[in-house]
Design a protein around this ligand. Structure first.
Ligand SMILES: [Zn+2]
Length: 1025
């Protein structure tokens, strides 16, 4: 072993100043042979006297063993310990719950690791960390997973079976995800039910219902039958936040005509004339959703637009089309009117209230033209087909004119022929007649149904043109399928009333990255309501009571109070307990049982409402906002992917503001928001099964959690980031180097007993290299503290890697090996180095610990020999006294010279003049009589130069004092002296002395067995040799 280790050292230092001014060819050859001459026979004996590194700290970690040893210690037990004993101020990181519906992907892993880095950093600062991991358990993703497991269609499965299956699916997935999170080394009290949460927990649901009740009491919840975004693929209403807009959706749009009713009495004169002359007047309309034409309830024009009456003669008959003047030219060309003539123009105002015939002949009732400000002349014809069931603007226009009622039983309720599957329902018969209905009923409006209706209208000559267009269209963000707008009865939360409060509460929130504030503010300010009901069976109920014989629906603070109390106190379940339990006495009708009059509402709450109310558990746990102890917010920090600006970040804010009691001060539930990007593959593509580019965290974890964690801390997580083979191998290499750096320190610091009694060297007695390293270490620590505080982990890791690889590995370790291995254990210089190595190791361990807890625990155990976690000791930064800009400046000057020396040595090596740099000596030649800081520095540090250059000797000479060199080889180079016109010459030549068989420096005098230094060490420590 000694041979291998010796060969790897760069051994060089010797106290002996062996000055043989010129070296003849003969000397040189003796020098070369010295490795086998005097003392050669004792090589082995001498090598045993070296203080070679010794440590039980393994070169490669035993991943499984390390995990077994430290997981509990550094995760569950550490969490418990710090919750009990940490004395610093409380830090609450509120966990956004992932869906409990499958294995973890890289996004989950990144999310939890970043949270854990922050938590561990706070623990290391002595703060008490509150971190309670949660799971989102309701809603479509879980239902889908459950039904997939059951291999059943949810619509064909009884609700109670869906609920039972979904519940056990969620619980099973939680157990599995929990185990996976644990393998990432996430500090939490995973097995404690009170220190984790699930949105299906009974007390969670009850607390959520109480928040809902308060929102009802605040007058923010209402029910309406009206158009909403509806996803046929999810069979549920969706909130704006659940939509994704696809830019290139293809629709078949049509130009259709509606005949003006000639019998109408309110026609403007121009139209009366035309009709009385026997021509037909047609209103020309363009629509991208032909399937909504059966639900047409009117045609809208704009008051201020002018409309041309365009006469077209076809096949002997005359038809007059009504189109907006501004659109006429484009349409004339496009629709190919031959010899069209404008016979008159009218205003939108004049068209208002005229009647037209429905597009389907079988529907006898005539309809009206209305005026509305949402009509424009930017596209289409300037006349808009209105189907209030399928368009928000149409609905609002009709509502403003009092033409429709939000009640489903009123005679003027919105006309809607689409069922919950997104198909034409039987109701369409009332408009198109039984014969035609056969073509439509049961067909999906987005596909076959749309085609069928276009065919029907084409056959009846109502279509002038069919046009295929690509346009922006909303999709369901979960199923990735297009949605429709259709009328259903839903519960809404009024956001207009609380929007301003929510936005002003956000003023107090800090955002990282800063610009993400705009995103959340934009989402909040663009919403005026939140559709909170969903047509799912697996979820928290909206406990409304529906009257069986009218459209009365009761949901007020009093009824909710009664129902929630019943659920809570009698341990009832809304879905399975009888209605009698939930109907309050004041709603009972004389002599009738509750079940005769009332039934339970079947809507569930939007899952964003579930997770959105999670902030409220913090108060219950005693860590919520409390101005008395200076806690302004419930959570100090929430940290999720950037898609949560429209999801959880928003739903938490809205439920918190909306459920505040009138007397309460309005405040955001969180003080800071941190967002991360998406994890992409190596080529920057989204990971997907179809591309086969999914990187699973559970595969990566085979190399130990530290590797995955180091990756998470290395990437700029606030943008989208990549993971792939190249990145992983880079991270693996960094981790290996950090480990090696620690191992070098441990190996050279000696065993615990030696270290315990070793006298440390104070700064005042340290050499330049030691002071320089301590200054660098101080800088590293300050950078790390700042990086952790500002969530800039790549900054921490970069600084740490640079320190380990450049400052330590490539410089300090190289230049200290001679002293560490060959000097005596009590040697002052050696003790100074060990003093530094000890500090370096401790500070590096503190610095890496939040990111690499297992490596830090391993080092800590090797250092301390006790079984306490490294995190138990508060991270006390190095004293400011170690800050040493002078040492840094001096070292920079010397390192510049070192660069030149190393280049010259390399030249000599390439020319096969030497193998080891120890075979050389260096002369630094300064200009005659030149004085200045650099020269002064060189003189001051002259004794240190050979150490720094890793040569057998280095000395400074004046130009004049230098004799003619007769070495058999010499390499020289000049470098400029900063701030002057003079140069320093650097000369590398063969070492004059002989190789010392113990330390391998060329500093042994020809007749000695060892160099001076080694002789002394051996005499003192190994007198028998
Ligand atoms: Zn020696």
């Amino acid at each position: 072993m000694s041979t291998r280790v010796s060969a790897s050292w760069n051994v060089f230092y010797s106290r002996t100043r062996c000055r043989v001014p010129c070296l003849t060819r003969q000397h040189a050859s003796e020098a070369t042979n010295a490795s086998v001459s005097p003392g050669a026979g004792d090589n082995k004996a001498f090598s045993k006297t070296l203080l070679l590194p010794k440590t039980s700290f393994k070169l490669r970690p035993d991943v499984k063993g390390v995990e077994e040893k430290y997981r509990k210690l550094s995760c569950d037990e550490l969490y418990q310990w710090q919750s009990k004993y940490a004395e610093g101020p409380l830090f609450v990181l509120h966990d956004g719950p992932p869906y409990a519906n499958g294995d973890l992907h890289m996004g989950h892993a990144l999310n939890k690791v970043i949270k854990d880095i922050i938590n561990r950093f706070h623990v290391s600062q002595g703060r008490k960390v509150h971190y309670v991991p949660g799971w989102d358990c309701h809603g479509l993703p879980i239902e889908n997973k459950a039904m997939k497991d059951l291999k059943q269609d949810p619509l064909e499965t009884p609700p109670e079976v869906v609920r039972d299956t979904a519940k056990s699916t969620a619980l099973r997935e939680i157990t599995s995800q929990k185990e996976q999170f644990r393998t990432l080394g996430i500090m939490a009290d995973w097995d404690c039910k009170e220190r984790t949460y699930r949105t299906l927990d009974r007390h969670y649901e009850i607390r959520q219902l109480r928040i809902f009740q308060q929102m009802v009491e605040n007058g923010l919840i209402y029910r309406q039958h009206r158009p909403v975004h509806y996803s046929p693929s999810s069979r549920s209403a969706l909130a704006e936040a659940e939509l994704e807009y696809k830019e290139d959706h293809v629709s078949h749009s049509v130009y259709v005509t509606f005949d003006v009713d000639g019998k109408c009495t309110s026609l403007p004169l121009a139209l009366q004339d035309i009709i009385s002359n026997g021509a037909t007047v047609k209103l020309l309309v363009w629509t991208t959703t032909p399937w909504t034409l059966t639900a047409n309830m009117g045609i809208a024009v704009h008051n201020d637009l002018t409309y041309d009456l365009v006469k077209v003669s076809t096949g002997g008959s005359e038809v007059v089309y009504v189109v907006a003047s501004e659109r006429r030219e484009a349409l004339q060309q496009y629709l190919g009117f031959e010899e069209a003539v404008i016979i008159a123009s009218v205003t939108g105002q004049q068209l208002s209230d005229i009647s037209y015939k429905p597009i389907f002949d079988s529907y006898k009732k005539s309809l009206k033209v209305i005026t509305s400000s949402h009509v424009t002349s930017l596209s289409g014809t300037g006349l808009v087909h209105c189907a209030p069931a399928h368009g928000q603007e149409d609905y609002l226009a009709f509502k403003a004119l009092d033409l429709i009622s939000p009640s489903t039983t009123a005679s003027n309720t919105v006309v809607c022929h689409v069922d919950s599957k997104g198909q034409f329902s039987e109701d369409v018969t009332s408009v198109i007649g039984e014969e035609l209905a056969k073509e439509l009923v049961g067909k999906e409006v987005l596909t076959d149904g749309n085609k069928a209706i276009v065919q029907l209208l084409n056959a009846s000559g109502k279509i002038m043109k069919i046009q295929r267009i690509k346009h922006k269209y909303p999709y369901d963000w979960r199923t990735k399928k297009p949605i429709i707008v259709t009328a259903t009865s839903q519960w809404f939360a009024n956001l207009d009333k609380i929007k301003d409060d929510a936005l002003s509460a956000l003023q107090e929130v800090s955002f990282f990255p800063t610009l993400s504030r705009n995103r959340l503010e934009a989402f909040v300010s663009s919403r005026s309501e939140w559709c909170i009901s969903r047509q799912r069976v697996w979820g928290v109920p909206i406990p409304a009571l529906h009257h069986k014989h009218s459209d009365r629906v009761v949901l007020d603070s009093k009824s909710l109070q009664f129902i929630i109390n019943a659920i809570e106190k009698k341990n009832l379940d809304w879905w399975t307990s009888p209605i009698e339990e939930f109907v309050p006495p004041w709603l009972l009708e004389d002599g009738k049982a509750a079940s005769e009059t009332w039934e339970k509402g079947r809507d569930t709450m939007d899952v964003w409402f579930d997770s959105g109310t999670s902030w409220s558990m913090l108060s219950e746990m005693g860590v919520g906002r409390n101005p008395d102890v200076g806690r302004k917010f419930d959570a100090d920090l929430c940290l999720e992917g950037s898609d949560q600006h429209r999801g959880w970040f928003q739903s938490q804010l809205l439920t918190a503001i909306a459920s505040a009691k009138p007397t309460e001060k309005l405040s955001s539930p969180y003080g800071s928001l941190l967002t991360h990007g998406m994890v992409l593959d190596e080529k920057g593509r989204k990971m997907s099964k179809s591309l086969g580019n999914i990187v699973s965290p559970m595969t990566l974890i085979q190399s130990g959690p530290d590797m995955l964690r180091l990756w998470a801390a290395t990437v700029e997580y606030w943008r989208d980031m990549s993971i792939g083979k190249t990145v992983i191998s880079q991270v693996t290499e960094s981790l290996r180097k950090l480990r090696n750096t620690a191992r070098f320190c441990l190996g050279n610091m000696g065993d615990l007993e030696t270290l315990e009694i070793m006298e440390r060297v104070p700064k005042s007695e340290m050499g330049l290299a030691e002071r320089y390293i301590m200054n660098e270490l101080y800088t590293l620590e300050q950078t790390a503290l700042e990086g952790y505080t500002t969530y800039n982990f790549p900054k921490v890791i970069n600084a740490l890697n640079n320190f380990a690889n450049i400052t330590m590995s490539s410089l300090y370790f190289d230049i200290t090996k001679d002293s560490l291995y060959a000097n005596g254990s009590q040697n002052h210089e050696r003790r100074a180095i060990v003093t530094v190595l000890e500090q370096v190791l401790d500070t590096m361990t503190r610095t890496m610990a939040p990111v690499l807890p297992y490596l830090a625990e391993e080092i800590h155990a090797a250092r301390r020999c006790n079984s306490e976690s490294v995190f138990r000791k508060v991270w006390t930064p190095l004293s400011k006294d170690w800050k040493d800009p002078d040492a840094s400046k001096d070292m920079a000057s010397l390192l510049r010279i070192r660069g030149t020396v190393l280049a010259l040595l390399e030249k000599a090596r390439e020319a096969k003049q030497l193998k080891s740099s120890l075979e050389a000596e260096v002369d630094i030649i300064v200009p005659n009589g030149f004085e200045g800081p650099v020269v002064e520095l060189l003189h001051r540090e002259e004794h240190f130069l050979k150490t720094l250059f890793i040569v057998s000797d280095a000395s400074i000479a004046d130009e004049g004092s230098l004799g003619t060199s007769s070495s058999n080889w010499v390499y020289s180079e000049s470098i400029s002296i900063p701030g002057s016109d003079d140069d320093i010459a650097i000369r590398v030549r063969p070492a004059a002395c002989h190789k010392c068989p113990r330390c391998w420096t060329f500093s042994r005098l020809p007749d000695d067995r060892l160099c001076n230094r080694c002789e002394k060490v051996v005499e003192t420590d190994h007198p028998h040799l």
